[in-house]
Design a protein around this ligand. Structure first.
Ligand SMILES: NC(=O)c1ccc[n+]([C@@H]2O[C@H](COP(=O)([O-])OP(=O)(O)OC[C@H]3O[C@@H](n4cnc5c(N)ncnc54)[C@H](OP(=O)(O)O)[C@@H]3O)[C@@H](O)[C@H]2O)c1
Length: 228
């Protein structure tokens, strides 16, 4: 059973998403407060966001293994019912614990990751599942997340490249967008949904609600317009 996917992001008026360019602002608080209103079971981020905001570029502590490891999904012992999901196809992230705050970490990997990295995740008590041999099939990943864990609602929290991958695969149900009153202007700053040089067709959304928040932020909630 696929979880419902709500993409939750803050962007500048010109659709950019690298907050640190906007100066010291109370933007993270608004982001977390509005995310909490969804009471989601899980949140998911791309490898770059996890590395930038959580593992801070730490390398995994890899040790030699005595025998090859199966490419079988691994559900670690965990406590609580909330999850932080990291899309890390190549096994680059260095976790120091199996939790971000109280959220149990689940790594989404490709089968190309090394045995040493799998052994490392098991030692850390981090759960992992395979999304494909070389490429990640996100429909399959969502099915597994719903089957292996009590995840019914998932916040997709960037960055723009990961968001673009799920949108293109038709897996985003809703968008929760905090529009921050600044124009960024940097082409190097990822947009909310990046799709590279060969984008899919445009995706139409329907407005569900709009709400002014503190500090001039406008919170818009949308759902993907399904063809009639
Ligand atoms: N404004 C906001 O609300 C908000 C929210 C979140 C993040 N951010 C910011 O966004 C920035 C990072 O965004 P980003 O778009 O550059 O990176 P990202 O989406 O966080 O991560 C991209 C990486 O995730 C993995 N990935 C994404 N799609 C994949 C796919 N289809 N298949 C396999 N792997 C895939 C790849 O990792 P590999 O390269 O390892 O293969 C890819 O390089 C950070 O500065 C962060 O702070 C802003």
């Amino acid at each position: 059973m696929k979880p419902r996917v709500i993409c939750h992001m803050m962007s500048s008026l010109d659709g950019r998403t690298i907050l640190k360019r906007w100066g010291h602002a109370p933007n993270t608080q608004a982001y977390e407060a509005t995310a909490a209103t969804y009471e989601a079971d899980a949140w998911m981020c791309g490898r770059v966001t996890m590395e930038t905001d959580f593992t801070k570029g730490r390398a995994p502590d890899l040790q030699p293994v005595s025998a090859p490891l199966d490419r079988a999904d691994f559900v670690a012992d965990y406590t609580g019912g909330s999850f932080a999901i990291a899309v890390d196809a190549h096994g680059k992230l260095g976790w120091q614990s199996a939790y971000i705050d109280d959220d149990h970490i689940i790594a989404v990997l490709s089968e190309q990751v090394s045995d040493e990295y799998l052994a490392y995740l098991q030692r850390q008590g981090v759960s992992y599942l395979f999304g494909g041999r070389t490429e990640i099939d996100f429909a399959h990943v969502l099915d597994k997340l719903g089957a292996l864990f009590p995840i019914r609602t998932l916040l997709l929290e960037g960055g723009g490249h990961l968001n673009g991958s799920l949108l293109r695969a038709g897996l985003v149900d809703e968008l929760s967008l905090l529009l921050y009153p600044v124009v960024d202007g940097a082409a190097s700053s990822a947009a909310v949904f990046e799709q590279g040089d060969a984008p899919g067709p445009a995706t139409r959304f329907e407005l569900l609600s709009q709400e002014p928040r503190e500090h001039g932020v406008l919170w818009g909630r949308y759902r993907v317009a399904r063809p009639e």
